[in-house]
Design a protein around this ligand. Structure first.
Ligand code: DGJ
Length: 726
């Protein structure tokens, strides 16, 4: 044998049997960086997540601390695992080895990294995918798990992401509440052991909790400084975030669809695709995190994220189920005269054999009620057209009342366990979306309404209950535990099909208030209804909570009657308008029931909103004073070129001897001059803002010295418009 050939063979043999070279996989955005590493044992590890370093090469010059990445229940992992699979032969362990990785530029802003892993013995393949959104500093991660074995395998844990941290202290903020009291934020210090934030409701899963978390390292979360990781799961189904602080004070965060009661069988060659976790790192507190998510959402997360929204009048609180053609025509007429751009017809327009005159009948029978609306929906569309406003309609396509023709025909279409009571919630049952026939029905419901009534430009898609007894008459006995996953997967498919067919129809995600707001659904929805509660105080905290992750452009907020129907508290029309104008303005009351003064105020406020809505809906949000910390709440929006800002102030408790806080503004251009003016002023009250009215200050002054004015009365509000003065 020639000498050179021998050397080649020896080198080959040595390289085959010696430890593999360490490989680094950096996933970067403009300001952040997640670094994964393939160690000498061919395992994938996380070695860094934080602020981007200028020279990534330096990362390789010294051994960094490492953590298991996408941990498995295997042979050497003693904490919660991202993946637990039972192989076809019954082996309960998984050991993933690195196979390859690749990077693809999707466009100028998105880079996709794909990492292929395979069990060291079994044909179980795992693909971890990351999309890095450069400008917005958002990372998206999802995982595909493929069974290559001849027989089926079972997955009991199937997380989307597994991130680790080493800090002195960890604080987690998450969102909780219930119907009419959504999105309260609560922050806790993590102690040794596990904290789980999850939902097990199956459908309308955000009623009690929300699939978003804020993790603050070393200190409590602050708005303007400190290391923050914000994560939100793009999934309308059950979710779970598991925070585990281990014996050496390291933290592992495992996020994904909830494995609870959801063991999933994968047949040969079947792939389980997890939902995406969207996450970001900020070293400038929660403020930057929010602005990054809002910018990302307007581009990628919410349907038509950069398109102007219509100001609408909704008849729900104005009439509930009690309406007819004449009443609605009157409301449409009033709405158009007041300056509204769309009329939204809510629940109660359908059902004949079982008319929908209350919430106990008709759901599922999507034929216009001929008694209430003898000329059908086209008549109302036409009444709107005549007045140059748009028409929208309410649906709840996934549900059925037992008192309906649909249930008479298909009693087996509902989610229910055999031999158990069919427990009702709001007098209704849930249609079983694991069944393809039901999927088709749900899709056709919306499609038929839209094709049979051309001219509908807005759809409010509601969903008013969650799952109690999760059985499916469609799924086989050994796959009953697929229901939670399959329902959500199929729901997303229906949403996708609908939004593809109707790209220009505006869709609102509603779920008995804010029960379904997640980035899996929001891709197909232009707006979201965060709560049925339009009480000003309640709205302050609910909107505050929702806006941590979800953009103002979708945040529908309505002026409703006083006293409020849910809390019985009374608020001035001005403060009701002010809080609704802080989001996407709408109204739920009848103009005909207003006094002349109220009518004038409303008309002017709507006009004003039209002038400033682009700054509110598409501007950057800065939270200045938190409703959780003091009597005063202040937040502001600044438009892209920093030429306009709108500052909202609310007083939540009476101040007899006011101790006004200094409102130090943020986000302005220090070198620009701004003229200040109060808007939506109550014509019958004196101005708290008179010392600043009409005056001009530099952005520098406003962001350093700030504003200082008293507010006195419980629930009073004050809105300031700042415009650049050249
Ligand atoms: C619950 C929604 O949140 C309300 O706005 C309204 O549409 C009702 N459902 C109608 O039943």
């Amino acid at each position: 044998m020639k000498k050179s050939k021998l050397i080649f063979l020896v080198t080959l043999l040595v390289s085959c049997f010696s430890a593999k070279a360490v490989e680094y996989i950096p996933i970067t955005t403009n300001n952040t960086c997640l670094v994964l590493k393939v160690n000498d044992k061919n395992r994938l590890e996380q070695t860094y997540f934080g602020k981007k370093v200028k020279d990534m090469g330096e990362m390789k010059t010294v051994d960094q601390e490492t953590f298991a990445s996408y941990s498995t229940f295997g042979t050497n992992h003693v904490f919660e695992a991202a993946l637990r699979a039972i192989q076809a032969d019954g082996n309960t362990s998984t050991e993933l080895g690195y196979v390859s990785s690749s990077v693809k530029k999707i466009d100028g802003n998105i880079t996709q990294t794909t990492i292929e892993l395979k069990d060291e013995y079994y044909d179980l393949f795992v693909t971890i995918n990351y999309k890095a959104y450069q400008q917005e500093d958002i990372l998206e991660q999802w995982v595909e798990i493929k069974n290559g074995q001849k027989k089926s395998i079972k997955l009991t844990n199937f997380a989307s992401s597994d991130l680790s941290f080493n800090a002195t202290e960890y604080y987690v903020s998450h969102f909780h509440g219930d119907w009419s009291n959504e999105m309260n934020i609560s922050e806790q210090k993590l102690t040794e052991g596990i904290k789980i934030v999850d939902s097990k409701l199956g459908v309308r899963t955000n009623q009690f909790t929300h699939p978003s978390f804020i993790l603050s390292l070393n200190q409590q979360a602050s708005e303007t400084s400190g290391e923050i990781i914000g994560g939100t799961l793009a999934w309308p189904g059950n979710f779970q975030f598991c925070f585990e602080v281990d014996n050496s004070n390291k933290l592992r965060v495992i996020s994904g669809a909830n494995p609870y009661a959801s063991e999933y069988t994968l047949e040969k060659n079947e792939v389980f695709k997890t939902p995406s976790l969207l996450f970001t790192y900020s070293n400038e507190g929660t403020g930057k995190m929010t602005r990054d998510f809002h910018r990302w959402a307007r581009k990628y997360g919410i349907k038509n994220g950069n398109k102007e929204r219509s100001i609408l009048l909704n008849n729900w609180e104005a009439t509930y189920f009690d309406f007819d053609e004449a009443k609605l025509t009157r409301i449409i007429d009033d709405a158009a005269k007041m300056g509204f751009e769309l009329f939204l017809l809510d629940d109660g327009w359908f059902g004949n054999k079982h008319p929908r005159n209350a919430d106990n009948a008709g759901l599922g029978d999507w034929q216009t009620n001929t008694k209430k609306l003898p000329n059908g929906i086209p008549y109302l569309i036409n009444e709107c057209k005549k007045r140059n406003i748009k028409f929208g309609i309410w649906v709840e396509p996934e549900m059925v009342n037992p008192d309906s023709e649909l249930y008479e025909k298909h009693p087996d279409w509902v989610i229910a366990q055999p031999h158990r009571e069919r427990v009702l919630q709001r007098n209704q049952l849930i249609l079983d979306l694991s069944n393809p026939k039901v999927q088709e029905f749900v899709y056709n419901t919306i499609d038929n309404i839209l094709t049979e009534n051309p001219g509908i430009e807005y759809v409010k898609w509601d969903c008013n209950r969650y799952v109690f007894n999760s059985g499916s008459s469609y799924l086989p006995a050994d796959k009953q535990s697929h229901l939670f996953i399959d329902y959500s997967k199929n729901l997303l498919e229906v949403m996708n099909k609908v939004s593809k067919k109707y790209p220009n129809v505006t869709f609102m995600a509603c779920s008995g208030g804010g029960g379904r707001i997640d980035y899996g659904s929001m891709k197909h929805f232009d707006e979201y209804w965060i709560s049925d509660n339009n009480d000003v105080l309640q709205r302050i905290t609910t909107q505050w909570g929702a806006q941590y992750f979800f953009p103002t452009i979708g945040l529908a907020s309505h002026v409703s009657v006083a006293p409020n129907h849910i809390t019985n508290r009374s608020f001035s029309l001005k403060s009701r308008f002010d809080i609704a104008m802080a989001g996407k303005l709408g109204m739920d009351l009848q103009p005909s029931q207003m006094t002349e003064k109220e009518y004038e105020f409303s008309k002017n406020a709507i006009q004003k909103y039209k002038e400033i809505r682009s700054t509110i809906l598409m501007g950057d949000l800065y939270r200045i004073l938190s409703p959780y910390k003091q009597n005063r709440t202040t937040f502001m929006y600044v438009n892209d070129n920093k030429s306009e800002a709108i500052v909202f102030n609310f007083l939540v408790r009476k101040e007899i001897y006011p101790t006004p806080p200094t409102i130090v503004l943020q986000g302005l251009d220090p070198n620009k001059k701004y003229t200040l003016k109060e808007i939506n002023k109550d014509p019958d009250d004196w101005s708290r803002f008179s010392k600043y009215e009409g005056k001009t200050f530099s952005g520098d002054y406003l962001m350093t010295v700030g504003l200082h004015f008293a507010m006195y009365n419980e629930y009073e509000s004050l809105v300031i418009q700042l415009n650049e003065t050249k």
